[in-house]
Design a protein around this ligand. Structure first.
Ligand code: FES
Length: 138
């Protein structure tokens, strides 16, 4: 490859690399408040329709692998949906107010504590911070 040919190819490739982030940024303007600033955090917009069940105390939603509960006025709690026994997905049983695992019968409290095994350890509990109309879960 001739030197000038290499420079031309590098210039085209570099332009694509430099403009790609701008394309993604232009798409995110509408839902800017939903974009996490940290890849390890989840941001929930409490004004979104998908968060409507968090508008009342006792409400809950699922967000990815997380169950988010509203436990009081401006108080929220977030638990992992991944069972600590063998990683099955748990769901909240609102009527019984506990979190059973369908695979082997473990049950967890709404704070994540083990109520009965075989799971031996609590569900992962996340930090939840209310910032304006957003929950920041880390
Ligand atoms: S994976 Fe949940 S009880 Fe076994």
């Amino acid at each position: 490859m001739e030197r000038i040919e290499f420079i031309k190819k590098f210039a085209v490739g570099g332009s694509i690399l430099l403009t790609t982030p701008m394309l993604f940024n232009s798409c995110s303007d509408d839902d800017e408040d939903l974009v996490p600033t940290n890849p390890d955090e989840v941001v929930i917009n409490l004004n979104a329709a998908s968060s409507a069940d968090l508008s009342t105390v006792g409400g809950f939603i699922y967000s990815g692998n997380i169950i988010v509960f509203r436990t009081g006025d401006n108080a929220y709690l977030a638990l992992s949906k991944v069972c600590t026994h063998s990683q099955c997905t748990v769901t909240y049983n609102h009527a019984a107010e506990n979190v059973p695992c369908p695979c082997h019968g473990s049950r967890f409290s709404t704070t994540g504590a083990v109520l009965n095994g075989p799971a031996a350890s609590a569900l992962k509990k996340y930090n939840v911070k209310l910032e304006g109309n957003s929950l920041i879960i880390t």
